[in-house]
Design a protein around this ligand. Sequence first.
Ligand code: GNR
Ligand code: NI
Length: 173
Amino acid sequence: MALLTILTWPDPRLKTVAAPVRQFDARLATLAADMAQTMYAAPGIGLAATQVNVHERLVVIDTSEQKNDLRILVNPEIIWKSEAKFIYEEGCLSVPEIYDEVERAAQIKVRAQDLKGEFYTFDAEGLLAVCVQHELDHLLGKVFVEYLSPLKQSRIKTKLKKKIARGDLQTVR
Ligand code: GNR
Ligand code: NI
């Protein structure tokens, strides 16, 4: 197991669109395990491969209180979204210590594959639905702050630059 380095927004690599996973092999299982370890260590409730500079459709999520409900989503797709919306104060491991409200679908249906390539579906609402939508955005090269106003985005960039200058943040560049 290994801890992976998380890219910090606005790193241009976070804009990369992930490609589908094709090989359900030991390398994929190791990457998923390393991503889970990195998510739990952060700590976070989700992590997309994009954030660790691997541009494949792989996400790990655990929104449980006990941190004992790891979900591994390979090639995930949202196959249905409710009309009803849900506003939640989001954060992101790639945008440390910044939180703001984002509106998303309240309920979704998700189809994904497991590490063996078997398809499965599940329904999500509440925090899990927020997290799945947040992670699938990462796979499309989108970070939650990009839903905020340009003014907020530029303030966030300034804050993150100051943190990096202070040495509060690992710089990957
Ligand atoms: O750990 C995380 N918390 C979180 C809180 C509200 C909405 C979304 C998230 S996901 C985030 C981890 C992360 O950055 N995943 O990409
Ligand atoms: Ni994120």
